[in-house]
Write a protein that binds this ligand. Structure first.
Ligand code: UD1
Ligand code: UDP
Length: 398
């Protein structure tokens, strides 16, 4: 198949790096980067680090209001799709770039493939919830990462074209896990950042959700990080540039035990998560990675879409919102100062990550159900067992 894939943000570059080898083994890919993220540390650096192909088209959209971003993406994407005339447009996740790719394709009558379909927070105040609901309802292929995502789609009446493929980000994490296991890697990342980092001797944090850039939240989460950070166990906060700008706008700063650093490369992010006493984050990607790595994780949001990650964490992942007392208490339970270094060493030494097989399942499903495949009239809706099979999501229990 001839597939235009559309990316634009950091997590989409990371997901594309997970899928691209399998996709290109079976299909012709035209790679489009909207440029929604544009700083070297948020976008450019991932091409070299993860071996991503250079984009065939870079739209250079950048920041702005959602309407500005979307308008620029739609108008720049349309002529490209008109010229390329792909068999499918593939989009990832739930960002404005996802919505733009899905909407432009659907308006031109080009089938849409959605990776990470079916996630729901059931909170329409989140920009991501709007983007993912629309993308799902426009898609012909819906690649669900979890059984919960399948069930969500079924509740909205979406049954045809749904495939449970597992989590693409696990494929990439499994590919590079061996690169970050050695505590010497942590020490190297620490040296580059100017810190003496030891296993279990720090917490790692990221924060960027729109809700956490609201004025009240911009006071609550810095206070929460200050409460868990101490000179003996600092918090390393890899700060998204949008959050940094919001803090500056609001005149808020964090205390000295919260060490603010620029956004990191992918391996550095994984290394800091793996060897941390705990991870504190509102990121969808980081919370799953922490779960796979086995690191205690406090989710700094009121809810999570990743119920399976919480369920499989054995109590190590807790959704605490911005409740400072709860965060301090959970951290005391999950990563007490004395025990955390041993826990971190044991965790890294025993790390084995099995890939999800999502990349291969997605590439194969597109081939099977594509224009040349048997199900050219639309993917089969019959229930089928196992990863990578097209399933009837109504048959999946929540
Ligand atoms: C976007 C996604 C979010 C995803 C996140 C991943 C939407 C609506 N949100 O949020 O779902 O989890 O990416 O990180 O699509 N900025 C820079 N440099 C950059 C990128 C952003 O300075 O390279 C600043 C700009 O001021 C920009 C702001 O961050 O206006 C917000 O960026 P934007 O892409 O609109 O949304 P994110 O918060 O990054
Ligand atoms: N990440 C990174 N550097 C950082 C912070 C995160 O490489 O400084 C990686 C992280 O390991 C994960 C992905 O970015 O793979 C998650 O992206 P992000 O948090 O921006 O978005 P979300 O997953 O919330 O949509």
């Amino acid at each position: 198949m001839r597939i235009v894939s559309v990316v634009g943000t950091r997590p989409q570059l990371i997901k594309a790096a997970a899928l691209q080898p399998a996709l290109r083994a079976r299909h012709d890919e035209v790679f489009v980067d909207t440029g929604q993220h544009y700083d070297e540390a948020m976008a450019g650096a991932f091409f070299a680090e993860l071996g991503l192909a250079r984009p065939d088209y870079s739209l250079g959209v950048g920041g702005g209001s959602h309407a500005e971003q979307l308008a620029a993406m739609l108008t720049r994407l349309e002529p490209i799709l008109a010229v390329e005339r792909p068999d499918a447009v593939l989009v990832y996740g739930d960002t404005n770039s996802t919505l733009a790719g899905a909407l432009t394709a659907a308006k031109l009558g080009i089938p849409v493939a959605h990776v990470e379909a079916g996630l729901r927070s059931f909170d329409r105040r989140m920009p991501e919830e709007i983007n993912r609901v629309v993308a799902d309802h426009l898609s012909r292929w819906l690649f669900a990462p979890t059984p919960t995502a399948l069930a969500n789609l079924a509740r909205e009446g979406i049954r045809a074209g749904v495939t449970l493929v597992g989590d693409l980000m696990l494929d990439l994490a499994a590919r590079v896990a061996a690169d970050v296991r050695d505590p010497a890697v942590l020490a190297g990342v620490g040296r580059a950042l100017g810190f003496d980092l030891r296993p279990g001797g720090y917490c790692f944090a990221t924060i960027h959700r729109a809700e956490n850039r609201e004025p009240a939240a911009l006071r609550a989460w810095p206070a929460l990080l200050d409460a868990v950070a101490s000179p003996v166990r600092p918090v390393i906060l890899a700060l998204h540039p949008g959050t940094r700008a919001a803090l500056e706008r609001e005149g808020v700063s964090v205390g000295p035990a919260v060490r603010v650093v620029e956004p990191l490369g992918y391996r550095s992010s994984l290394a800091l998560q793996l060897h941390a006493a705990a991870v504190l984050t509102d990121s969808g990607g980081v919370q799953r990675e922490a779960a796979w790595l086995g690191t205690p994780c406090l989710v700094l949001r009121p809810t999570t879409e990743w119920l399976e990650a919480v369920a499989s964490s054995g109590g190590r992942m807790v959704v605490v919102g911005l409740d400072r007392e709860r965060a301090v208490a959970e951290l005391g339970r999950l990563a007490p100062l004395k025990r955390a270094p041993d826990d971190a060493r044991r965790r890294a030494a025993g790390l084995v990550l099995e890939p999800a097989g999502a990349a291969e399942a997605i590439a194969a499903a597109l081939e099977r159900d594509g224009p040349a495949g048997e199900a050219a009239e639309g993917p089969a809706g019959e229930a089928a067992e196992g990863l990578g099979e097209t399933v009837d999501p109504g048959a999946v229990e929540r």
